[in-house]
Design a protein. Structure first.
Length: 207
């Protein structure tokens, strides 16, 4: 998946097979992407990076590593189009040892929290973002109330989170506490066959 950088000078592709974030310079005049000479970031061997999400301030980004079920906080080097690691945390409880793969990742609109989904543990992990340096702290893992939460989405105001449980054919909603970022199930679920992608129309929910 490509991830345009805030400012539109670079775009990034996450390569699970090589454990790299690959960078491209945007050539607006020719409408082309020019590969950078070196990877923008190299994750730990076997991490399997899957998705990248930028912080609203454009200085940090967060990488979901599918194969190790971790999230890496990154500092963005805007001039070079590269990233440096801030810290990496597991998205799972310490006592969980069964198979799991990380799936989706999003940053809250207010930039204070990061959310990622776990397939296997079937949960959403909630991380706090340190305001000074983007450092992550795991705050919560909450059941997705279904199987295989492949994708999820936040409402534009950041007060609702919607989870697509692929293998239990459901979309489940959660209230987001604006102060703590913690999730509470609303009790509402919608039956949808094999949901794998969610997008919230900006005008659909009250901002």
């Amino acid at each position: 998946m490509h991830h345009p950088r805030p400012g539109r000078r670079f775009a990034f592709a996450v390569d699970l097979g090589t454990d790299q974030v690959v960078g491209y310079r945007l050539d607006a005049a020719r409408g082309q992407l020019e590969p950078l000479a070196a990877p923008a970031f190299t994750a730990q061997p076997g991490a399997g990076p899957r998705h990248l999400a930028f912080h609203p301030n454009g200085r940090w980004a967060y990488l979901a590593n599918e194969l190790t079920s971790t999230v890496t906080a990154l500092r963005y080097e805007a001039l070079a189009g590269t990233f440096a690691e801030i810290n990496t945390l597991s998205a799972l409880p310490a006592d969980f040892t069964a198979p799991n793969t990380a799936a989706d990742i999003h940053v809250a609109p207010n930039g204070r929290f990061v959310y990622s989904s776990n397939r296997g543990h079937n949960s959403i992990a909630v991380f706090g973002v340190a305001p000074g340096n983007g450092h992550l702290t795991l705050l919560q893992t909450v059941s997705s109330q279904g199987q295989t939460p492949r994708n999820f989405a936040l409402s534009p105001n950041g007060r609702l989170l919607l989870v697509a449980n692929q293998n239990s054919n459901s979309i489940v909603t959660y209230f987001v506490d604006p102060q703590t970022g913690l999730l509470t199930a609303t009790g509402n679920a919608t039956s949808v066959p094999k949901p794998v992608c969610l997008r919230v129309v900006p005008d659909f929910l009250v901002r």
